[in-house]
Design a protein around this ligand. Sequence first.
Ligand code: BGC
Length: 778
Amino acid sequence: MSLQPHAAVRPLTTEPWTLTDSHYQPQHLLLQETLLSLGNGYIGSRGTLEEGAAEGTASCEGTYLNGVYSSEPIHYGESAYGFAKHNHKMLQVANGKQLKLSIDGEALHAKTAVKHTRQLDLQYGVLSRHTEWHSQSGKQLRLQSRRFVSQANPHLLAIELTLTAVNFSGEVVLQSDLDAAYPGFYKKDDPRVGEMSIADSLTLLRQQFSDDNSLMLHRARGAHFIVAAATSHLLPDSASLLAQDNTTANILSQQFALKLVQGEAQTLYKLVIYCHSTDIEAGDTLSQQALSLLSSARQQGFNQLLSEHQLWWQQYWQQADVGIEGDVALQQAMRFNLFSLAQSAGRNGQSNIGAKGLTGPGYDGHYFWDTEIYVVPVLSLIQPQIARALLSQRYSQLDAARQRARQMSHSQGALYPWRTIGGEECSAYFPAGTAQYHINAAIAYAIRSYYLASDDWSFMQQMGAEMLVETARLWLQLGFFSARSGKFEIHMVTGPDEYSALVNNNFYTNAMVQLQLRFTLQIVAKLQAEQHPLLLQLGVTDAELRQWQQAADSMYLPFDDKLQIHAQDDNFLSRKPWDFANTPTDKYPLLLHYHPLVIYRHQVLKQADVVLALLLLDDAIPQAQKQRDLAYYEPLTTHDSSLSSCIHSIVFAETGDTARAHEFFGDSARMDLDNHHGNTEVGVHIACMAGSWLSLVMGFAGVRSRADGLHFNPQLPAQLPGLCFRLNYRGRLLQFSADQQQASYTLVSGEPLTLFHCAQALTLNEGETLSRVIGECL
Ligand code: BGC
């Protein structure tokens, strides 16, 4: 169906490299806090005001640590065997950003400022602020700040604060807090929003001032983590400590007096360190670690720390930047999306990327298949080392996936959880959770994407192959060779479309399993050829391999002969069509207005399902078939999931409708900046952000990464005069640029590369550019 018209909510200005809040807008504060978040894959810190939100203004403070979580029992009214037992929540930790200023007892707040702007610089990852404020007695104070979460030092958040007394000389009081008592955020009746409360998830072990530092140590409830937060200040000579207060649990507060001289700027710095340990007895060691990280950050000083951080971003953009001609809003959106991926993706092999990144409490910070189908394919081509780290994180949870398979009565193989942080299934609603077995195929697909893009055989030997084998085994346990159809069938699963549940033979799932089994067999053959010990270790037998082959070859792929389309599952096409004509726009998303059963018994989709398979199966499905499938399913799709538009954009582009492709691309690219789904307040939509890059690269440039190399089939929509991006491919840096007439390929660095432009091979040497006419492809 057509995309829902969105009320344009654009609380930040539209510029190519920045997001600017030009004045205080309390009604958009929550949204801005998400959009102005800072993160480095480990720490995530929402863009809250240093002085906190004004009384009565909706706000959500959030400082998170990726891969670190609290865990609590899930309470069911009616439970059953095998239901998920615990929910993990991304750990919300002490807020070190708080800096409150006052003059003569009167508190400065953005709310009463005469001028107030904030700006997020996407190029260098710095959030800056300029506020001018007049006290009731007429004292004029100018405040400028810069804040960053270091990309070079995973543990560090730093703030620079510059104060200028415009028309007076005198004292300003600064209160600086480390606060682990702030309220969580809760939105009733919305399954997409978590219920995070900082007090619920941390047990205070220690809080103290030592020398110039504040330190807090907590234990995460229900999980094996301790976490330390520490702050320190670098103050000008004119500053003196007035008081410090350690008496309230979970709050360490220090007050400083600053003597300002009219017209002279004074600058101070606050450094905040976060670190954690899984050894819950190691509180002393962890505290020491936090303090020593703090002391080395102090020694380096703000400017040095900032320049290391900026260097990281410079290098990132050299590989990842995307240029979009003629549309500043889309240019900004693509940079913001790529910026957000870099801020939220875990890099240490122990953390992944949450559906909301590190920008808000949505989905409790859980990791979903979003990583594998949306994010890893992007990062594999722009930041392969981060893609590898994300896959390594899944590998670190392979044992948990094996255990889950046993719980689910599968005697062999591994079943990854639908949603989790620590590896345990956390979905409390199994029809749209555990039943989404396709998570296993998604992980296999991501391993394949990474491998095709990087050629990293050592990853495959160390981790990839084992995950492929174990997840492949599961399919043979779950599915069966049906006497009725003579085919391999998979029953009682839920596909990507969460508006149908517990179905037999979901086309997407079956087709992705077929792809996985075939790819796994190829990898196994390669391991066999080099007599790698892994297969022996895993007990892979020839009989088992034959079974995989047989299952793949006889996979049941539901098809409707009359309509000549793939059937989403065995029953979907026989269901009653949803009455779109009589569904008012305020009833979307359907999941917030109809009982799941009502939705399940109709032909209505939340998101791309068959259409996603059309993309991922690549040239295994003929174009004409793709057109027919798309023409049937798109009108039934509500796009209530933010994972939908980008996929439709690509398939529309591939099948020649670039105008609709552009429309869907625009929807996904600006999903968060324009708050299309009305819930960016609780975090950005990471999969959608990654998907918007896929729309450009796989859609308009027609890129497909195949065993024989990279294929391009560019076709820009009329609305897009020019496009350029870079790919990090098998150790080379490649630049693609195109306008309406021609595409140019430059090998920026690396060994000679042969790629395909409209199926025609082109060989590039380092530094060489070759251009080709676009019309050739048609
Ligand atoms: C979608 C899922 C997705 C999840 C997290 C849901 O609304 O239907 O496919 O994994 O959001 O982004």
